[in-house]
Design a protein around this ligand. Structure first.
Ligand code: ADP
Ligand code: MG
Length: 386
């Protein structure tokens, strides 16, 4: 009898688990649809593995949900903090797995969408690893361009494409060209005369035809970034690095054109610098970074909530990306974090930032929502009685 009861309970458990997983899939599906309705902004998190810099046997503060890959738990000050984002990458996630989640965005850039992918997090959390990656295990930069070239090949001969690349960095609220003769020269952002958007006068925009061209450009940009950093006596993690890829297509039959822009952004380290420890220059840097990252957060939050006034002008970064963030655009924020106890407070800050971006306020359209709810309840009732 006892055995029968145990078996019965086990069966019920299995059944419940199936139902729970089914509900969870549905919840995710509806959430994705809501995100699409709300303007296509996704927030993901990647936890890097423990590294030597974490010290010997670093204490791990991160745990994951067994069945839900959008939940992450942080052990912080004696309690467990839970965050829910669109997707969590565990420390063992490969570059291929990460790119798998990003691939569709790249395809839609070839289709003519504007796409922004940001890597956010404190210095040492894996932003550059995710974006650039080591030479034998490339990150999003290389894989995106490979995918773009692959898509272009597939669409031949019906469509012909040209791909243009520029590399810039923003340091202390000044924009610099990493492909220019003088990477220290400051660039302006100007409104086009016909009012169709913004442009950067004198920016070097280079056509690339294959991945080798791209590699050469990334190498040159990397060298210039280091030179500029040395001249200004800064480390590169104190600036935002932007790789912009423009994909312009012409249809062979009816000369229709499509224009998509892919912005891949390795943001400056988000760590807070304590006032006491920083000298004047470091403090100024930290303030600039803080200002631009919170401006970015405000813009994304406003976009996701369809707020009428989007504060693009509050920082160089958001102003430069204005066209790419608004209208026909898709955005992915990849929040990077360290699993080590010594980084706990920065990890909490980064995840709170991520959580805030993901919040969708339904406040403004309350009346409408009510009536929609009414209708759906009626429909449900009908379904129930049928
Ligand atoms: P950030 O750009 O945020 O300052 P990095 O990308 O330079 O951080 O990463 C810091 C260190 O951690 C580097 O040594 C990097 O190789 C390592 N690292 C980061 N992410 C991973 C990962 N997913 N797998 C293995 N090593 C990683
Ligand atoms: Mg870096």
């Amino acid at each position: 009898q006892i055995m029968d009861s145990i078996k019965e309970a086990a069966d019920v458990n299995v059944e419940l688990l199936h139902r729970y997983q089914k509900e969870m899939r549905l919840r995710k599906k509806y959430h994705n649809e809501l995100v699409e309705l709300k303007g296509n902004i996704r927030v993901m998190c990647r936890i890097r593995p423990a590294i030597d810099q974490d010290g010997p046997e670093p204490e791990n503060i991160i745990s994951f949900d067994k069945t839900d890959d959008s939940i992450i738990n942080v052990a912080y000050r004696g309690s467990k903090k839970i965050f829910e984002l669109d997707h969590i990458f565990k420390p063992n996630a490969t570059q291929v797995e990460v790119f798998h989640e990003v691939g569709n965005l790249i395809t839609s850039c070839v289709d003519g969408f504007n796409v922004c992918i940001f890597a956010y997090g404190q210095t040492g959390s894996g932003k550059t690893y995710t974006m650039e990656g080591p030479p034998d295990d490339h990150g999003i930069y290389q894989r995106s361009l490979l995918k773009i070239f692959h898509e272009i090949e597939e669409r031949k001969p019906h469509w012909n494409y040209q791909v243009f690349v520029s590399l810039t960095q923003i340091y202390n609220e000044s924009l610099h060209d990493l492909l220019g003769k003088d990477p220290m020269a400051k660039l302006d952002i100007k409104q086009k005369k016909d009012g169709s958007g913004l442009y950067v006068p004198n920016l070097n925009i280079v056509e690339v035809k294959c991945v080798k061209d791209v590699n050469n450009i990334l190498e040159e940009g990397g060298r210039n970034r280091t030179t500029a950093a040395t001249q200004a006596n800064v480390v590169s993690s104190r600036s935002h690095a932007l790789l912009c890829v423009e994909v312009i297509g012409t249809n062979a039959n009816n000369t229709a054109t499509s224009q998509g822009k892919l912005n891949l952004i390795d943001l400056a380290g988000s760590e807070r610098v304590s006032k006491s420890g920083a000298d004047g220059e470091r403090l100024k840097e930290a303030q600039y970074i803080n200002k631009s990252l919170s401006a970015l957060g405000d813009v994304i939050h406003a976009l996701r909530n369809k707020i009428a006034h989007i504060p693009f002008r509050n920082s160089k970064l958001t102003y430069l990306l204005k066209d790419s963030l608004s209208g026909n655009s898709k955005t992915l924020m990849m929040v990077q974090a360290s699993p080590a106890e010594k980084n706990a407070s920065e990890t909490m800050c980064s995840l709170s930032f991520a959580q805030r971006l993901r919040t969708i306020a339904l406040g403004a359209a309350q009346k409408k929502t009510e009536s929609i709810v009414d209708v759906s309840i009626k429909q449900n009732k009908n379904a129930y009685y049928r």
